[in-house]
Design a protein around this ligand. Sequence first.
Ligand code: TRP
Length: 337
Amino acid sequence: MSKKVVLTGDRPTGKLHLGHYVGSLEKRVQMQDSGDYKMFVMIADEQALADNARNPKKVHDNLLEVALDYLAVGLDPTKTTMFVQSQIPALYELTFHYMGFINHGRLARIPTLKTDIKEKGFEKGLPMSWFTFPVSQCADITAFGAELVPVGEDQMPVIEINREIVRSFNATYGDVLVEPEGVVPEGIAKRLPGIYGMDDKMSKSLNNGIYLSDTPEEVASKVKEMYTDPGHIRVEDPGQVEGNVVFIYLDAFASDKAKVADLKKRYEAGGLGDMEVKNYLIEVLEELLVPIRARRSEYEKDLDKVRDILKQGTKHANQVANETLARVRTAMGLDYF
Ligand code: TRP
């Protein structure tokens, strides 16, 4: 059985946090270690520039940070191809070839576009780079023949557009491109809330995140700030578990489910203080983060090695993408002489 090709990516606009971990990174490492997949993980710097055209420093500064986070969680360059989007020229050309297979109205109807415009301050006008990023994403995916694309649920409309582009390209030129399938996380992994409450997911812009690279002191102080049950004033008061961020995190990260169930029961009955639950959460998070931090700090001592890992990954990615591009050009009849 041939291995299924998987492609995922992250925009290097900040360090990765626990939301990325439960939503995606953990699964990637499992898929990698299963040996059942051919994995490509892309640092999407060009897509990050799509909404940061005038702020390239942010993108440059975070490129190695994201690479360090990848290596820290256990992505292994001998098993997973990690590469940098902007260093793959074929992607730019494929993007242009695909432009004719999607129309303006279809892109304008992406449901997340309205929120993007507000959040990114594009009310006066949407940069074309952002408007067309779904086309560029289609190039990312098809260049590697990816069959599975793990993404957040809110990204599914973009994957649907990617599928439409592939279908119309193939309808014109034959069976050239592989139609991708989006894979979304399940359960709590779908949407880890930030530390201040259930209304917002963990996100850089809201400053409510716990980062994989946070120090033990930072983790502890963020857990101490976490939203619990505002009605749980004295230790003896019965507390609410539902909507209580500390318990949501315990469900997401603690492996001792029996202990969590017991804590919930005691909390609801009254007599269990927030600090005790929080201290346990700190312990649970540290168990996860200690090895991640240790690997990160090893690689931080040797950034040349990290750059070399990306360079080697990018070299392999270029070979694969160039093969796809050659097939596309031939299929399109662009091989005049
Ligand atoms: N859109 C993804 C994000 O916001 C990043 C990305 C770019 C990506 N190209 C991709 C993800 C291709 C999956 C496949 O994080």
